[in-house]
Design a protein. Structure first.
Length: 312
């Protein structure tokens, strides 16, 4: 079988998409915060940092070195835009100091790759025409938007995981606090117990514990905890804990109220999905089930009628 340009185009497009997605995950996978790095440096010394720097090589190291230059064109003009990008990255789980630079560099690299690939393919197939220019511009726009779409999907998935695992974490946190543990010790206990079943919420609680151990104000830690996750229920929990700490009220009672509210909300959400099931089943029934039933019931009668008409 001869290999032609028509058969190579899907392969090239598939490779471009795979390389782009791999670049997004590999470049933004380093989600260790500056506080975590500082704590690790204090506990283990600079040996691990040196080892990690030696391990970084190849494409990843070269891309990180070129990231500031690539992201310069897309650098936010105002602090509001920069904080919005940092918030979106934090909601997706990327809270490293250089996450914004890497994300903007990935957008530029993805757009450039899309322009080069689409330009080469379009020139070979259509030549230097207006359609080729429009194709290149459209591919560049898609390449520029693709990292943002992937980031939004990752942030949504992470928020869903936090929302679903938060009631269980709250229940265990209430038990620990009522058993006599402080809030910091209770958060560490929850992190140890639920690390396998709810790794996302446990990583956030572990991040809060590290900040508290470094002496940061508890109110600021809880506030950043709610903002960083992007989940409304976590924001409400952080606000309740801040108020309880400010006015000296019982933290256990505040946690129990929030836990009951979360349990009721999760039950109502399950009931809502169950009630919407009947409506969602209409389309599969109409498209797939009813035609089969119609053929089985009406088919024999239709065959008999055709035979009667042919005999007449």
């Amino acid at each position: 079988m001869a290999i032609t340009l028509t058969t190579l185009i899907p392969v090239l497009v598939c490779l471009a998409v795979v390389i782009g997605v791999w670049a997004v995950f590999s470049a933004l996978s380093n989600d260790d915060s500056r506080v975590a790095d500082r704590l690790q440096e204090l506990t283990e010394g600079k040996k691990k940092s040196t080892d990690d720097s030696l391990k970084e090589n190849g494409v990843s190291s070269a891309f990180k070195k070129a990231a500031p230059a690539l992201s310069k064109a897309l650098k936010p003009k105002t602090d509001l835009e920069a904080s919005k990008i940092r918030l979106n990255l934090a909601n997706a789980g990327f809270s490293s100091p250089n996450a914004t630079t890497l994300f903007l560099a990935i957008k530029m690299a993805t757009a450039a790759s899309a322009i080069v690939i689409s330009g080469g393919v379009s020139l070979v197939m259509m030549g230097l025409t207006t359609n080729t220019l429009l194709t290149v511009v459209g591919a560049g726009g898609v390449g520029m938007l693709l990292p943002g779409i992937v980031l939004a999907f990752l942030a949504y998935s992470r928020r869903q995981k936090i929302f679903l695992s938060l009631p269980d974490a709250l229940d265990l946190l209430v038990v620990c606090v009522e058993a006599g543990l402080g809030l910091d010790a209770a958060m560490r206990r929850v992190t140890e117990e639920l690390n396998d079943s709810a790794p996302v919420i446990c990583s956030e609680l572990n991040h809060c514990n590290k900040q508290l151990q470094l002496g940061r104000n508890r109110r600021d830690v809880l506030h950043d905890f709610g903002v960083r996750t992007g989940v409304d229920d976590v924001k409400a929990l952080a606000a309740i804990l801040i108020q309880a700490d400010k006015f000296g009220s019982s933290i256990a009672q505040a946690l129990r109220v929030q836990s009951d509210s979360m349990r009721i909300k999760r039950s109502q959400l399950a009931e809502e999905k169950a009630a919407a099931t009947a409506v969602k089943m209409i389309f599969p029934l109409v498209l797939f089930i009813f035609p089969g039933i119609f053929v089985v019931l009406v088919g024999p009668a239709a065959i008999m009628m055709i035979r009667q008409l042919l005999t007449v």
